[in-house]
Design a protein around this ligand. Structure first.
Ligand code: AMP
Length: 182
């Protein structure tokens, strides 16, 4: 069976007007990159999904892993577009089945992510997706989780790389981003 594709709504498109900067959200000093204008526009959404899909087709990817919560929005359409399954990585205590956990440090305090232990196997070739790459701590922990269950991580993809924060240096797998803020 041919792998499904999502048609490009537009051959080239500047997506930056669809990202809204929200100062001091969720706390003072953070400029939050709000992707909801992009999600709400069919051309922008299909273009962003197709850019990620196009860069990863033909690599034998069997699972696209999305990180809670906005990675859950982007990863499933990419998975469908490249003919792969979708696997969620969630915050602690949310997954119903047997899960393994990986902790990581935040600027203030700690956090952790979990994956079902049987959701990825050593037969899987994996693309990891989140909406924003900031310090890289979340994706670094997520990549470790997938490797612990045996998955071969061949790349990570984001809508937005806040490259001035240097998060990409913490990820020892290729980093693809639709938009890069330097
Ligand atoms: P980090 O672990 O620092 O790379 O942070 C990445 C996670 O935090 C992602 O799941 C993002 O959704 C979220 N995040 C971090 N910084 C921002 C930001 N400025 N705007 C929107 N989301 C952000």
């Amino acid at each position: 069976m041919d792998k499904p594709t999502i048609a490009l709504a537009c051959p080239t498109m500047d997506l930056t007007p669809f990202i809204r900067d929200v100062p001091d959200f969720p706390k003072p000093g953070i400029i939050f990159k709000d992707i909801t204008p992009l999600l709400g526009n069919h051309q922008a959404l299909s273009y962003a999904v197709e850019l990620i899909a196009k860069a990863h087709r033909g690599k034998g990817i069997t699972k696209v892993v999305g990180i809670e919560s906005r990675g859950f929005i982007i990863a499933p359409p990419v998975a469908l577009a490249i003919g792969a399954g979708f696997v969620p990585i969630r915050k602690p205590g949310k997954l119903p089945w047997k899960a393994i956990r990986e902790g990581y440090n935040l600027e203030y305090g700690n956090d952790a992510v979990e994956i079902h232990e049987d959701s990825v196997t050593d037969q899987d070739v994996v693309l990891m997706i989140d909406d924003v790459l900031a310090t890289g701590g979340t994706m670094e922990a997520a990549v470790k989780l997938v490797r612990r269950v045996g998955g071969k991580v061949i790349g990570t993809a984001f809508l937005i790389d806040l490259a001035f924060l240097g998060g990409g240096t913490r990820i020892d797998s290729p980093v693809f981003s639709v938009m890069r803020y330097t």
